[in-house]
Design a binder for this molecule. Sequence first.
Ligand SMILES: [Zn+2]
Length: 245
Amino acid sequence: MVLQTVDLLKSEIPFEEESVAISEDVKTGLVLVDIINGFCTVGAGNLAPREPNRQINEMINESARLAKVFCDKKWPVLAFLDSHQPDKLEHPYPPHCITGTEESNLVPALRWLEKEPNVTIRRKDCYDGYLGSMEEDGSNVFVDWVKTNQIKALLVVGICTDICVLDFVCSTLSARNRGFLTPLEDVVVYSRGCATFDFPVSTARNTKDALAHPQELMHHVGLYMAKGRGAKIAKEVTFSAPEKL
Ligand SMILES: [Zn+2]
């Protein structure tokens, strides 16, 4: 039954995914959205998976693979970490990723990033990493990171495809269109590097105030919405040698 619904959705709102080759000729930055224990590690908190999840595991593996390539090349990486103060909850979700707990730290497969000189870690207390990068003085850590590194293309991975990844991509593309992010041109969302969570309608019906959130459907919708804002959706990401003059 669920499979039929997914097939129907994919046929009703189809979109094209492309193979993206990242070249050393185009300065590219990698953005990791919330690949932290509280969303990815089994049993780590209120919003963590209850059991091992194939899509989340693939997202972690692909993100770790890309992060390794970027760090080997000393290319810029920005990792957003959802981190909330205990007295400032994020409606409509239960308490999660409280600052100072393991929930708000990178997953074990990515923890090594904390020591890499090309990696910027940004803790944020809202869905949208763009807004979560704003400082009290009006500066923006993400905008400064793009400009300082002269980034022309962004590769985005993480969780959740239809929430924090999508919100960040929407804000970034609007800001780019308004000229706030020069020289940024392209935003690429890597579909296998993203995941969301599974909360089937049968469970949601028995849970007060909960919205159903079937994983495969919402992942597809998230990518579709990102595409609708002008992001490229990548089904695979490879690295190509620089063009010879
Ligand atoms: Zn949060």
